[in-house]
Design a protein around this ligand. Structure first.
Ligand code: UDP
Length: 488
């Protein structure tokens, strides 16, 4: 409540993909736990993904609700019922082009959102970075718009450097490294690690969207980032002080999930029960299991999955492997496993077909490393649980996140991917996978990496406690929102 007894009401509008919805729903919970009324905006078919979380949160006596907007799938040339990027990328023919069609469809939500803003008169709109039009929608009602960024400051600085100074244009081939001008730390990238639209000065849908995102951010009240100060202080400072952006690191948001159910039930319904999963993990020694999961969008083909299986067998490490297969192929799913693999592995490996309770797994002491595609949600969850990583970037911000993990934080080793390939990835051979897994799990440097990761995990937990950096950032932000003179 502010001094006049008014309860601040915040609209929280996540992009409809698990990697965006999961942290945004956590953010809504965080605001509600600070006494704000939070309304999550989504579409009818996405509502069930978050209604359980909301029901559990209601038990805490907080004010959190959900409102839906009809999604124009068919009008935008998408299949009926396609309301989440998951339903595009879970098919073998899922493509970036379809994701762009999906993004076009989201722009049609501006008008219905404005009607809802008119009806509910909230005090603030937090909307995903992929909704650049939301800044104008909020402005029509004289309320601040915050941009939610589910990535790290390191990747935000990288993208700004590429946009402002174009160091990628100063090299003569896509594989020649260039240094990120002005960004702390002599960071090198190649054009192959960038999307097509940023490799040259092509006028692509991707580069247009990037420009719209920057423009809308500059006009907005500021950005909230799912990261914490201590994990990347040089990059938080660079973004705020050198680039002059208004930004609040308010993560790791996943830490608002304290109970087993809260940790296990995020996003899709898990394909394994919490009890079964914990029973399996409890039977293993500390740091003995590698957890393998590629997030909610990457979709590897059968030959890539076979390489992973071979690497696991050769590495002799115990594992939990989450495999997300095209639903069409579920009858002949064995085409992605070497013959007799599961029988040979016996109790040393657990394959989860579908969706895993990731945070519950990562938090377990039996997990000694995480083979990840480097989506920021997964990377931050690993850091929070104090786990080192085997890094396997595929597209999006994965390559920047990999740099942060392996070079800046030194808590990861890569499988050696060189090129941005959405959404199926560059092919990686089993030998490279096996080498990286062995290095992270049992090599001479494994213990040192684990020690560094654990320390970061402790810092993450401190950041969210009363008096910690994240705790204070969230307080500052809420205070600013309560002060009418700061509003546009
Ligand atoms: N996730 C999960 N179970 C799975 C796969 C993913 O809980 O089987 C969650 C994971 O914990 C993370 C999110 O989905 O919060 C994935 O986000 P990330 O940014 O890592 O990758 P994206 O899915 O956007 O590529």
């Amino acid at each position: 409540m502010d001094s006049s007894g008014h309860q601040l009401h915040i609209f929280v509008f996540p992009y409809m993909a698990h990697g965006h919805m999961i942290p945004t729903v956590d953010l809504a919970k965080l605001f509600a736990l600070r006494g704000l009324k939070a309304t999550i905006i989504t579409t009818p078919l996405n509502a069930p993904l978050i209604s359980k979380t909301i029901r559990r949160t209601k038990g805490l006596g907080v004010d959190i609700d959900i409102r839906t907007l009809k999604f124009p799938s068919v009008e935008a040339g998408l299949p009926e019922g396609c309301e989440n990027v998951d339903s595009i990328t879970s098919h073998d023919n899922g493509s970036f082009e379809l994701i762009f069609r999906f993004n076009k469809a989201t722009t049609m939500l501006q008008e219905p959102l404005e009607m809802l803003l008119q009806e509910c008169q909230p005090d603030c709109l937090v909307a995903d970075l992929l909704f650049p039009w939301a800044t104008d929608a909020a402005a029509k009602f004289g309320i601040p718009r915050l941009v939610f960024k589910g990535t790290c400051f390191f990747s935000l600085c990288t993208l700004e450097c590429i946009r402002l100074y174009e160091p990628q244009k100063k090299v003569s081939s896509d594989s020649e490294p260039f240094v990120l001008t002005n960004v702390p730390g002599e960071i090198k990238l190649t054009r192959k690690q960038l999307p097509d639209g940023l490799r040259q000065d092509f006028d692509t849908d991707y580069s247009k969207l990037m420009s719209e995102i920057v423009e809308s951010e500059l006009k907005s009240f500021g950005i909230v980032v799912n990261s914490f100060y201590e994990v990347e202080p040089a990059y938080v400072d660079y973004y705020r002080k050198v680039l002059g952006r208004r930004a609040w690191p308010i993560g790791p948001v996943s830490l608002c999930n304290r109970g087993i159910e809260d940790k296990a039930q995020r996003g899709n319904e898990a394909s394994i029960s919490e009890n079964e999963c914990l029973k399996w993990l409890d039977s293993k020694k500390p740091n003995s299991v590698i957890y393998i999961c590629f997030g909610s969008m990457v979709n590897f083909n059968a030959s890539q999955l076979i390489e992973i299986a071979r690497a696991l067998e050769a590495s002799k490490q115990e594992f939990i492997w989450v495999v997300r297969r095209d639903k069409k192929n579920q009858e002949d799913e064995e085409d992605w496993l070497p013959k007799g693999f599961e029988e040979r592995m016996g109790g040393t490996g657990l394959i989860i077909r579908g969706w895993a309770p990731q945070v519950l797994i990562l938090d377990h002491e039996a997990i000694g490393g995480f083979l990840t595609h480097c989506g920021w949600g997964s990377v931050l969850e690993a850091i929070t649980s104090g786990k080192p990583m085997v890094t396997w970037p595929v597209f999006a911000d994965h390559f920047y996140n990999e740099k942060l993990v392996s070079e800046v934080l030194q808590i990861g080793i890569g499988v050696g991917v060189k090129e941005w390939v959405a959404v199926h990835g560059e092919h990686v051979k089993s030998e490279a996978i096996e080498t990286a897994i062995t290095e992270v799990m049992v090599s001479g440097q494994a213990e040192e990496m684990r020690r560094r990761a654990r320390k970061l995990g402790e810092m993450a937990r401190k950041a969210v406690e009363e008096g910690g950096s994240t705790y204070s950032n969230l307080n500052d932000l809420v205070e600013e929102l309560r002060t009418p003179r700061h509003r546009p």
